[in-house]
Design a protein around this ligand. Structure first.
Ligand SMILES: Cc1ncc(COP(=O)(O)O)c(C=O)c1O
Length: 442
């Protein structure tokens, strides 16, 4: 295989890469040039098994024909239509397809271009809703430690990742945080939902009493915290959060940016856990990662509160140039049709036991402090190197890439979330690859 790397990598200086160790990357780049189904191809022609669905988004697998042809057709027919005061059929068609699979009471779709924008949109809808509802004193937002809600100011304010917050000033005011639910001392090596920790939800009541419930607008949580290392809600926890929200009139926002569209073997985590939020934020799997797009899905009664006043006036002063972009909408339709034709939104449930059994077979490896799993998500938490947190997992990531599998690491945790088309043989291959890596890392 001829080596074209020097032709293609002529200058890496201009691109300031996101969430990347830029200097490390540029000294030893990991370049992907092609992808098909479960595999990437590197610039030097190696095949890499995708253990992370890109960034938790390529749920249908790579280069799927229906998505490609939907985009190709759309771009020749209608490339762009103004998003404000104008419409085009595909945006409406996609919204209907989305609400066909969302929980029964969530039937209104507001388009964004990313998970971060979905979060900002959801927080703004929550605040505006209370104002329209005659409860303008409800201005506080409650997030959670170790929560990730994207990178915009609202999202990092309700989020609970110190590194994402500490450089950026005072953020939003009036935000408080629930404790995270990660308790390795009690729940290590749990399969599915951990047993202990439902009572951590009661902190919401404590926070409510501290600020007075009448000042709280909304609680936003990821049903499963993905970016901080797959923190799975303890049994009974989400139900308790819902109960407290209902008791005090807080809107409950589930950030389903990674859990949406089949990750758990059901359309949404709300279905899997049987807990219905008032607002859901989505992105990623909506277009299987192919074109940037997000959607906030809202209960009818919240939407209807906005539909008041003179009919010629804009009801919600919010939106993006690319909200419901025709090409993204076509990609979304192609994606949802692919999910439906191949039963991908439930496929995770038929693979979950196999996935669990294989992952937990790695528990004897050195440095493994915990393995946890749910749906088609897995995490392997490693003992950090003394004085060098994150280094062991990062080395595992580099070694895995050398061996031909893409894993993701956060802190000292390996997170796995393959495309939903993964076969049992490919699960074996992925777990074997990680097993080999675990044997070799120091
Ligand atoms: C739960 C959650 N919310 C929001 C986001 C932000 O999405 P984006 O990177 O598309 O802005 C992410 C991204 O990983 C996420 O996992």
């Amino acid at each position: 295989m001829p080596d074209h790397s020097s032709e293609l990598i002529n200058d890496l200086n201009s691109f300031w890469m996101p969430f990347t160790a830029n200097r490390q990357f540029k000294s030893n780049p990991r370049m992907l040039t092609k992808a098909k189904d479960m595999h990437y191809q590197t610039i030097d022609g190696r095949s890499i098994l995708d253990g992370t669905a890109g960034l938790w988004c390529v749920n249908a697998g790579h280069a799927r024909p229906k998505i490609i042809s939907a985009i190709q057709k759309q771009v020749t027919e209608l490339d762009y239509a103004p998003a404000f005061q104008m419409g085009h059929p595909k945006a409406f068609e996609l919204a209907n397809k989305i609400t066909d699979i969302t929980p029964k009471s969530l039937n209104k779709v507001f388009y964004t271009n990313s998970g971060s924008e979905s979060v900002e949109t959801a927080l703004k809808i929550a605040l505006a809703y209370h104002k329209l509802n005659g409860e303008g004193s409800r201005t506080r937002l409650i997030g959670r430690e170790r929560g990730y809600h994207g990178v915009n100011f609202g999202g990092i304010s309700v989020g609970g990742i110190v590194a994402n917050r500490k450089m950026f000033g005072t953020l939003l005011t009036g935000v408080d945080h629930l404790p995270h639910t990660h308790q390795l001392d009690k729940n290590a090596f749990s399969k599915g939902q951990p047993k202990y920790g439902a009572e951590l939800a009661d902190d919401l009541e404590r926070i409510a009493m501290l600020h007075d419930p009448s000042t709280i607008a909304a609680v936003i949580i990821e049903p499963i915290a993905g970016s901080t290392g797959v923190l799975i809600p303890p049994l009974g926890y989400l139900e308790r959060i819902r109960e407290i929200c209902d008791k005090y009139g807080f809107l409950l926002i589930f950030d389903e940016v990674i859990t949406g569209f089949g990750r758990l073997g059901s359309p949404f985590a709300a279905d899997f856990f049987n807990v219905t939020p008032d607002i859901m934020t989505t992105a990623k799997g909506l277009t299987s990662g192919v074109i940037p797009m997000g959607a906030v899905i809202v209960k009818d009664n919240i939407h209807d509160k906005f539909m008041n006043g003179p009919e010629n006036l804009i009801e919600f002063f919010h939106g993006y140039t690319y909200s419901g972009n025709p090409i993204a909408a076509a990609a979304g339709i192609g994606t949802l049709e692919t999910y439906s034709e191949e039963n991908l939104l439930s496929r995770g449930s038929s693979l979950a036991n196999y996935w669990e059994e294989k992952l937990h077979s790695l528990s004897d490896h050195p440095y493994v402090m915990d393995i946890r799993n749910i749906g088609l998500i897995g995490a392997i938490e490693l003992q950090p190197i003394d004085g060098a947190p994150t280094k062991r997992a990062f080395n595992a990531f580099l070694k895995a890439f050398e061996k031909g599998c893409l894993i993701r690491t956060t802190g000292d945790i390996i997170a796995l979330s393959p495309p939903l088309i993964i076969s049992k043989n490919q699960i074996d291959e992925l777990v074997n690859c990680v097993g080999e890596v675990l044997k070799e890392i120091e």
